[in-house]
Design a protein around this ligand. Sequence first.
Ligand code: GTP
Length: 253
Amino acid sequence: MFRQALSVRSERGTRMAEIRYKRILLKLSGEILAGENQGGIDPHILNALVAQIREVSKRGIEIAIVIGGGNIFRGVQAGSQGLDRVTGDYMGMLATAINALALQDRLEAEGVYTRVLSAIEMKEISEPYIKRRATRHLEKGRVVIFACGTGNPFFTTDTAASLRAMEMGADVLLKGTKVDYVYDSDPKKNKDAQPFKEITFMEVLQRGLRVMDTAAISLCMDNKLPIIVFNVGVEGNLRRIVEGEAVGTLVRG
Ligand code: GTP
């Protein structure tokens, strides 16, 4: 499943660490962007994320990103606000487009070439999602940011991440979170919660662990795509993972 480990050389010719994953799909939730705030985008968090993505991109890793929108609007909360769920989901998709543009802006300010591809056509601000085009951008070293999830209501951005990872032929799906591992119970509520270093898809489903939603997990399981759940708030974690270090929880078949 994994591509053969590659080694790269820095510009000065010194040997650098091995690379385990050549093409990655990084899932970032909107909540991460909010940091400690209730919503919106925390510029410090955004810059820290950009630094990690930049570091890995400069190493030649092909990076596709699916970004959520929960820091702005969550489709599932539509009902409590008297809105139709479908309308709420579309509002949530538009929220992901806002986050995608923010991420693009900061990455490009740091010299990382990017393209935003949206599942809902918004030609003035992004390219429409075309699988072959997305792949070409990756091959050219551009960070591809997918906006608007799958473009369909009732599908989460986690499911979009699984789908795009499969379409892009990613080696791994990296789910960036605020926690270090997947635990057997909520570590905020249970101080004895046990972390998993490794777990199977089936166990995740059977135990009802909230790694990603069921559709996303099933898609990865059926297509044998490993997921790594990790704390993206720790500087250097993204690089450590692509270099093959055991960071976070590996979910596999
Ligand atoms: P290559 O042909 O592979 O080099 O890709 P490219 O993206 O550089 O070429 P293209 O000529 O398609 O795009 C040039 C610029 O226009 C890029 O910044 C694209 O992101 C942007 N672009 C292309 N299509 C669209 C679109 O439908 N909407 C918007 N807003 N920008 C687009």
